[in-house]
Ligand binder design. Structure first.
Ligand SMILES: *Cc1c(COP(=O)(O)O)cnc(C)c1O
Length: 433
């Protein structure tokens, strides 16, 4: 039995910041009372088909009994205990699973509390590694334009400078080396000129570069760019050749989203450091991890500091670790690759948008579908298009010129059809201007 609460929208509007919004001119927020399977229930009675998986995370849908059960069992033992000087079953089991499913050389796990923090930790690992080797000139990072790695400062410093408004913080943000964003698309041929250009940057900057950081195969928040695996393979080769560490940020792409467990596998690439987050707990709790190789872990530990200088209060949170174990098991127990293929098939319906004049490109990869509008069509009015989507019984949140779907893996064909149709009708009816 649950008590009936009403959500105080006036208080929300006047006192609470939502992501990337103004405090004086916020766009409307929709009050949600509960969510189940792939449906989000509004206080006003509507049920919305979820097309976002709560920003890549809720891969098994909402309120999943297996995940709920894992959390309940853990709550009854302990919700949290400090990780300094203490360990516990859920953390150990989770790290075993992570070592098993990630690329072979990644054997050492740091548990952090959000994606951005796992990126901070990855950067610290890289800097500390070179210091431990007696090299103090490698203090910069190299990264392609159009990247997104989180909102904390070190993470933000390697995000696309325009998208993340570096100009606001210039003078405060460290300046890193930006290389051209990958151009050749996943399904097209690779243009060798991109590799040559990359080499030019490595040649010029490698002495000052500790690590190259990149989102493998899909640049997410920076433009939903599905790029050619050969670009990533080239980066790996050049990193090895020029003594630069490779950090792969799989926070969005991990756990099957691109059709393969980790997107680095599309290019058979072994990163030196890997960040995971988002779907790690099946969208239930905040948790992330940074994995690295024996070589780097040993280097850091034998360096002057002797330790990795990081330790969040809620490190290894038992509740988050327990549900992450359950989420990984749930994924591995099913034929998840087949499931992602089926979702990809259903997402092909987005190609109906290709005939609309405002659409410049439609693309899919794994369980991701993107409709990109033309420059002339302009930036989507999010408040307006969201109101339309809600009226159509779907939950989709576009950004810029991109209207995209990354539904929970449990979505059925009928739901995906409804999501695709809503996008088609929104563009056709210009419900975003
Ligand atoms: C979301 C995201 C992050 C940041 O994760 P948070 O949990 O929001 O801090 C970092 N990198 C990528 C690729 C992401 O998609």
């Amino acid at each position: 039995m649950s008590t009936k609460h009403t959500i105080d929208l006036d208080f929300d509007r006047n006192h609470i910041w939502h992501p990337y919004t103004s405090m004086t001119q916020p766009i409307p927020v929709y009050p949600v009372t509960n969510a189940n399977h792939n449906l989000i229930h509004l206080e006003t009675g509507e049920k919305l088909i979820d097309g976002m998986a709560s920003w890549w995370s809720a891969i098994h849908g909402y309120n999943h009994p297996v995940l709920n059960n894992a959390m309940t069992e853990q709550i009854n033992k302990m919700s949290h205990v400090m990780f300094g000087g203490i360990t516990h079953y859920s953390a150990v089991e989770l790290c075993k699973k992570l070592v098993a499913i990630t690329p072979e050389h990644l054997n050492k796990v740091f548990l952090a509390d959000s994606g951005s923090v796992s990126v901070e930790v990855a950067i610290k690992m890289a800097l500390q590694y070179w210091l431990s080797q007696g090299i103090n000139t490698k203090q910069k990072l190299m990264t392609p334009f159009k990247g997104y790695h989180g909102d904390t400062f070190a993470a933000m410093s390697v995000c696309d400078p325009v998208n993340s408004m570096h100009s606001l913080y210039s003078g405060f943000l460290p300046e890193h080396v930006f290389v051209p964003a990958p151009v050749s698309q996943f399904h097209d041929e690779f243009n060798q000129a991109e590799a040559d250009e990359l080499e030019h940057y490595f040649l010029k900057h490698h002495q000052h570069v500790a690590a190259f950081i990149i989102e493998p195969i899909v640049q997410n928040a920076g433009g939903m760019n599905f790029y050619h695996p050969e670009y990533l393979a080239c980066v790996r080769k050049l990193c090895t050749q020029y003594d630069v560490l490779l950090i792969c940020d799989e926070i969005a792409t991990g756990f099957g989203r691109t059709g393969i467990m980790f997107a680095v596998e599309h290019a058979n690439v072994q990163p030196d450091i890997l960040c995971i987050g988002k779907a790690l707990t099946g969208g239930t709790m905040t948790l992330s991890a940074t994995l690295t190789t024996d070589k780097i872990a040993i280097g850091i530990s034998e360096g002057e500091a002797g330790v990795l200088m990081h330790g969040p209060t809620f490190m290894g949170n038992p509740l988050a670790c327990a549900v992450a174990c359950a989420s990984i098991d749930l994924l591995l127990e099913q034929d998840w690759q087949q499931r992602i293929c089926e979702i990809n098939q259903a997402l092909q319906q987005l190609h109906q948008c290709g005939s609309l004049t405002d659409v410049v490109n439609v693309r899919t990869l794994g369980a991701i579908g993107v409709v990109e509008l033309t420059d002339e069509a302009g930036i989507v009015d999010v408040a307006k298009i969201q109101a339309y989507f809600v009226s159509q019984g779907v939950w989709i949140r576009p950004f810029g010129k991109l209207i995209y779907l990354m539904p929970p893996y449990i979505s059925d064909d009928a739901s995906i059809k409804q999501l695709c149709d809503a996008i088609y009708n929104a563009i056709k009816g210009k419900h975003y201007v």
